[in-house]
Each structure stands twice: as C-alpha cells, then as structure tokens.
Design a protein around this ligand. Sequence first.
Ligand code: SF4
Length: 180
Amino acid sequence: MTAEQKNLLLHVCCGPCAAGCVDRIPEGWQPVLFFSNSNIATRAEYDRRLAEVHKLSAITRLRVVEDDYNHDAWLAAVAGLEREPEGGARCRRCFRFNLSRAARKAAELGCARFTTTLTVSPRKNSAQIFEAGRESGPFLDVDFKKQDGFAHSVAMSRQYGMYRQASCGCEFAPARPVLS
Ligand code: SF4
C-alpha cells in the first residue's frame, strides 16, 4: 500500500465473484477482503465458499477477514419474507444484513469506506445494493458489473481453478445453471 492509498473493506460474497473485482478496485484504495455471509445455507457450503476466498487471498496476497457465521440470526432478519422472489424484499433485507456488518467491521479496522462484490452479478440489481450500502454506513459505490465485469470474474475464477456455486446462497434461492 502506498502512502496515498486508503483501506477499503471489500465485502466478498464468494471467491469467484471477488476474483473479477480485486483488480478493478478504484484507484487510491487498498482492499481488505471481508467474508460475511451468514445467508449461506449450510455450514458446509459456507466453509466451501470461504475456502475459495482463502485461495484468492493466497494468490493476490490480500488480507482476508472472516466474520462469525450466524445463519439463525440471518433467518430471523428475513422472517416473513421467505416466499419473496429473488431480487425482492428478502434480498434487500439480506443485503442490508451483510452490509451493516461490513460497515461495522470497516469502522473497527479503520477502513475509510466499504463496498461489495455483490454488484458483479448480472442477477443482482446494483441500485438495490447501493441503497442498502448507503443506509449501512460510508459505502463506496462501485458497480463491478460494468465493463463486462461478470465475464471477467468468470475468466479469472477459471484461471484460478475456483469452485463456482449454482445458487446465490440461502435455502430460499433457486438453484440454477451456473452462469458462464
Ligand atoms: S437469494 Fe441471495 S441475496 Fe436473496 S436472500 Fe437469498 S442469499 Fe440473500
């Protein structure tokens, strides 16, 4: 990190998405990877995704910080929204849950801002994510899906030999063909 760079907490939804984001961080920011994804069911799947983030950390030499896993707390946060379609109210609550934790961790670690790799997915609405981020704290708007960001993440995750999952994470999300 150079003297002009500031720390940016990068909430990482999974290794494959992060693989296409870490080399597209806005100039002047040094990312710290933050794995905070209590939305993921099950613990085994959570551990599998976390392992891919550690793999990325080893390749890029970026520091990774892991949050506590508390799926029960996440389930309580989305209670009553289980039947919402993907992209609806449950997902907005989910973004807020994870990004609030990212905001707290950014403050704890002395990071001036935080952002998230969630915007790289073509299945996620970046405006919804920005709104949840801004409501949570000093969020830096970065739309990683710009400039073919998702195709870039697929290419990089292939290059790194990463596991790419078939569902967003929670038990209410439909399993779908892996995007490529
Ligand atoms: S589908 Fe994905 S974003 Fe929506 S609530 Fe489930 S884990 Fe969260």
